[in-house]
Design a protein around this ligand. Sequence first.
Ligand code: GDP
Ligand code: MG
Length: 297
Amino acid sequence: MGFFSKLKNAFKKTKDAIGNKIMAIASKGQLDDDFFDELEMILISADVGVAASEKIVEELRLQARKEKLRTQDQVKEALKNVIADILRKNPAPDTTYPLLVMVAGVNGVGKTTTIGKLANYYQEQGKSVLLVAGDTFRAAAADQLSEWAKRNNTKIVKNNEGSDPASVVFDGITSAKAKNIDVVIVDTAGRLHNKVRLMEELKKISRIVASNWPFCYQKLLVLDATTGQNALSQVEYFDEAIGVDGLVLTKLDGTAKGGVVVAIAEEYQKPVMFVGTGEGLEDIEAFDADSFADAII
Ligand SMILES: Nc1nc2c(ncn2[C@@H]2O[C@H](COP(=O)(O)OP(=O)(O)O)[C@@H](O)[C@H]2O)c(=O)[nH]1
Ligand SMILES: [Mg+2]
């Protein structure tokens, strides 16, 4: 399946919730107040968020007046562009190699799976990859990462359950430097006994990286798109603790809540860098505003 059809397929439910509904009301003809009210309601109920929905409606209203939008196709194109503009607001940071990616997020959002996919993604670009099992809270976590390492044929640095994750990360960095690895990807725990401890642990890992890795360092926060608006509060929380460079939205396949990507772009100065579209090795896409807008409208 090609890139666009794959994306379209994954976002089918979101498109049903946004694009198809909007086209149905646009087909009635008049772009009057009723149309714009209904448009706003559709957007809000599809997790686009109040702020972004209002902005989209206002912008479309302006364009409808100025450019005399009439046909369904004109409305569709205008809407895609308005949404893509919001999604473009927060550009992704520059990526240089060697690169260390720390992957954070609450339990079950898809961190370890995302790492497995990212290993494949970078290897396909000819990069050497090393995985670091920084989730030492559960033994199963390192085993799960080992499975992904096996599937990708990549090296992994891990330690015993309950060991200090910062020391595993230190070992990983030492090994990566010795072997001239291009991309180091660090898994982290999503659940400790309490949130404060989890944040302390992430801060400690981050300090170890900052003082031992003089190269490109990106902190990615993984969010589960199926949790809709609930994903938003996590951005603030993690950003305050460790400083988030970019977001990964997972489980966009099979959810109607893909509109949350627009809400996040509007409300936070954080770029969405990747989207997860399934459980398989290849089910990840580098985020692109136009393709995304095209897939949901
Ligand atoms: N459908 C779908 N499932 C996903 C995606 N990413 C992760 N998952 C599933 O979510 C569950 C939790 O993933 P895991 O990587 O263990 O989460 P972690 O606790 O954050 O490390 C697993 O069953 C994954 O297969 C995705 O993009 N789409
Ligand atoms: Mg995990």
